[in-house]
Design a protein around this ligand. Structure first.
Ligand code: AMP
Length: 369
């Protein structure tokens, strides 16, 4: 680690094998982080409120507690060498408590900016990244004015705690704005202009404390019912658009003095690349990197936060990742028969409709003979 290491990760913080990585959150992302850490001889300790969380099956230790439970959080921090997280809706006070006890990576400031869509948009806009036109919404009058400004079309989003289309409403000229405003139940929101995008891609980028970066090639994503369905590389993208996305990714992680893996979702538009949102963590759209790249996003994140050299993000294969939602996971035996299909099951019991139960990544040779 060189002298320009981030203050959040002191210079000497190279974690040797046997060190303990604390992961806040016990879902499938935490599970795959724990597996990657184990491959490098590192231990993991999961903090989660759920006794049957997927990550618990593959980690070394767990603290079960609510994300607001300061006594439990302190006990957890005591037992780990560094803290990371696998989801972004961790209460700010809890992050502060953890950061006062142990190094936290990615940096808490990156988490804070990604937790609030208004702060996030202002941050990205300030960096010169194109974003959808946006208007803060705190009253019905704000909503009426913003909607008129956008020609009656837009997407209303709560500023905080939205995911998979939750806390989002499409607005059209005939929409009854009062009813939609009531649905917010007093939560602050933003109205975004409706973007007529050609496609959606994401870029996964890693940054080490010494400023080194590893950027994965853009991944093309398709959604159904607001939930990611497929991700694929190579993305159908011009070289110019790919370069724009990579430039923005590099700028974003540098501005945040970032350590770890960050995901950026883009809209591809006629006028170039536009950032939709950033996630300060490994990401569902990056799952294919685990099978199609020399160093996948999970190992990369562990390497970055542990102060190890970053791995090679290049893809050795083409890949299509498909999420297994709800009872689609019942097809596991068929999928297991498909030779080039890498099957990942998350160990969840209850296959509720739409729940992410696993994924399958189908690989094809990049340069067939
Ligand atoms: P988000 O939660 O911001 O990732 O939004 C979920 C999905 O809604 C995106 O992946 C897009 O497909 C769609 N979406 C979000 N914002 C907009 C927008 N401003 N214009 C058009 N579509 C959008």
């Amino acid at each position: 680690v060189t002298s320009d290491a981030s203050p959040s990760l002191p210079e000497a913080a190279i974690l040797p094998p046997g060190s303990v990585i604390g992961i806040v959150g016990g879902g499938q992302l935490g599970r795959m982080l724990a597996l990657a850490a184990a491959n490098l001889g590192l231990k993991t300790h999961i903090f989660t409120p759920e006794h049957d969380a997927p990550a618990l099956q593959v980690s070394d230790a767990a603290t079960l507690g609510d994300y607001e439970d300061s006594a439990k959080l302190a006990a957890f921090a005591d037992k780990v060498d560094i803290v990371t997280y696998e989801f972004e809706n961790i209460p700010a006070d809890s992050v502060t408590l953890l950061a006062n006890a142990k190094p936290v990576a990615p940096p808490p400031a990156a988490l804070a900016v990604s937790q609030d869509r208004l702060d996030e948009k202002r941050f990205l806009d300030g960096l010169g990244c194109a974003v959808a036109p946006f208007h803060p919404i705190d009253s019905l009058a704000d909503l009426r004015a913003a909607s008129a400004h956008q020609g009656g079309h837009g997407v209303l989003k709560t500023r905080r705690f939205g995911y998979d289309g939750k806390g989002q409403w499409r607005i059209a000229p005939e929409t009854e704005l009062e009813a939609i405003f009531d649905a917010l139940s007093g939560r602050p929101a933003i109205l975004e202009g409706l973007i007529a995008f050609e496609r959606e891609v994401s870029v996964i980028v890693a940054r080490a404390a010494n400023g080194t970066q590893a950027i994965y090639e853009p991944i093309e994503n398709s959604h159904e019912n607001h939930i990611l369905r497929h991700s694929a590389i190579p993305a159908n993208l011009t070289q110019d658009h790919a370069a724009q996305a990579a430039d923005m990714a590099a700028k974003i992680v540098d501005a945040l003095d970032y350590v770890g893996v960050l995901a950026i979702e883009f809209f591809v538009t006629q006028n170039g690349m536009m950032v939709n949102e950033i996630a300060p963590r490994v990401h569902n759209s990056g799952h294919l990197t685990a099978d199609a790249c020399f160093c996948g996003q999970f190992e990369q994140h562990i390497r970055a936060i542990a102060g190890w050299p970053l791995g090679n993000p290049s893809a050795h294969s083409h890949a299509v990742m498909t999420n297994l939602l709800g009872d689609e996971v019942a097809d596991w035996a068929d999928l297991a028969r498909q030779g080039n299909a890498k099957l990942h099951l998350y160990g969840k019991q209850d296959a509720k409709p739409g729940r992410k139960m696993g994924h399958v990544t189908r690989l094809t040779a990049k340069n067939p003979a």
